[in-house]
Design a protein around this ligand. Sequence first.
Ligand code: AHR
Length: 634
Amino acid sequence: DFTVQTDHVKAEIQPTMWGIFFEDINFAADGGIYAELVKNRSFEFYTPLMGWEEKKSEDNASYITVMNRSSKDSANPRYAQIKLDAEKEAFTLTNEGFRGMGLKEGLSYSFSLNARTLKGAPVTLHIELLSHDNKVVGKTSLKLDSPHWDKFTASLKSTVTDPKGKLRLSFEGKSTVDIDMVSMFPSDTWKNRPNGLRADLIQKLADLNPGFLRFPGGCIVEGRELATRYQWKKTVGNLEDRKVQINRWNTEFDHRPTHDYFQSFGVGFFEYFQLSEDLNAEPLPILSCGMACQFNTGELVPMDQLDPYIQDALDLIEFANGDVSTPWGKLRKEMGHPAPFDLKYIGVGNEQWGPQYIERYKVFAKAIKEKYPEIIIVSGTGPFPDGKEFDYAAEELKKLDAEIVDEHYYRNPEWFLENADRYDNYDRSGPKIFAGEYAAQSVAIASPDNKNNWQCALSEAAFMTGLERNADVVHLSSYAPLFAHAEGWQWTPDLIWFDNLNSYATPNYYVQQLFSTNKGTQVVEIGYASNEPVTGQEELYASAVLDEKNNQLILKIVNSSSKDATKTVRLEGDTKTTGKGSITVLKSEALGRVNSFDNPENIHPTTEEANFRGKKLTINLPAYSLTVVKINLK
Ligand code: AHR
């Protein structure tokens, strides 16, 4: 039976304890949260017309060419030029979207493009929404008649719901028309913002009540080679000025290249900061430290050429927090956010290790702390615990008084159960922990056969009781990856799966949500009668927190055994209960069970009000379950 020492506060829980990790992997940004429906809108993919299908007139009198003005515009060099012959039928271009376009019946779509016509000779543009079987399900038209580049906009409505819609553009006239930045957004974006995000997906993030948002990754920070690392300065300002780049995850799930996974950076650093603010989550950007992905080339910037990388970090802090009179603060204002974003954390490198990382980290840390002593630096340890490189980095960072280290665990469910006590004896004088990426792997790390099954989710819950019990050292944690498009993923398992119209939460999501929305403010002791922490005895795992805001005691108990259990929980200390509260259970008798588009609530939490008499509570813990007990205090 359990004893809870309600007066014995072991640790304060950081508001950042449970957060989210966002990376543009599995089409999470373009084709995912970024609501843009047009793929390759500025013709910058390797194959300039990828995503577009042209229909020429029979004698080729009307045709398209792709122009490159790179000496004038290196960020957005290409545009399409369409030469029209009025005598012939219209020239049409159809965009396929990101594995189709999700269209919704009755919803309006905002179309725009930049265009100019030869000497202003008018061109009529017919804009049509097509269903998957090429029926016209929405239409409007525009007159393009400007001799200079101009933005033209139109709105059209879909008469059907179709996950595989398309956009057809037909050009008519006797002229030559140049087009670029062809774009279409649904009108129901998150907070109805233009250039906005998919509301259903962002709502799922908001429902997690995350303490922080880590962005933009992940390996994407590093790049396969330095040239394709994530450079935040190229992701802010006008959309046209954000240079499109091949995505580091441009592969199929079996690692074959896909050739069509690019980053438009329509979701860039401004949008990430804005999203953090919307979610009331601390922004946590991670920057390149001058090392490309060590799993790939391992390209390094020589130490004497590190300055631009460090300057990027310093300028980012100015972009987020600087006064509007500073150059980067001014840009933030011009982008619509004069108030600072109140950045508190910055990450230096992702999954990097060895002496090369340590010597680069030192230079970053010195420069950042000299200018911004209040900013907390997150450093990486090697890729995974129990590797030599991990131990080396951890030791060195300890010597350097690093503030927070980012540890990643992609392990099997057994590892998560066995490591629920990982931080119980952790050196309290060392850096704090950011458990920055973790997910139980049902088959093997990054195996395409991994499933978001209940066994994995339950083992993560057991592990998370250990994170929570050690909230004095674990200050942040996040599951990874966050999103996956059902028809375009490179990595599984993932927290939220989506297609062009729908999404579903995995059992792992519900585990995260139960911890995050029941975070509490202070950890108190929960143990067996002997006060030993509950880390696997009788296949049970447990943690207890006080929630000062709601005046509650909250217990989280995992029963990882195949048998139901009934346990007594004795509350010790002066705390008095009202006798009321609730019990929430997340469970499945089958460890292999998953949620799906067809059955999104196969595994989901259920809550019942509960009455507790006195300070000795009897709690039923079903087989294979996570139970959250909330006890209202007087
Ligand atoms: O989450 C997927 C990848 O796993 C991340 O990009 C990387 O940091 C880790 O290796």
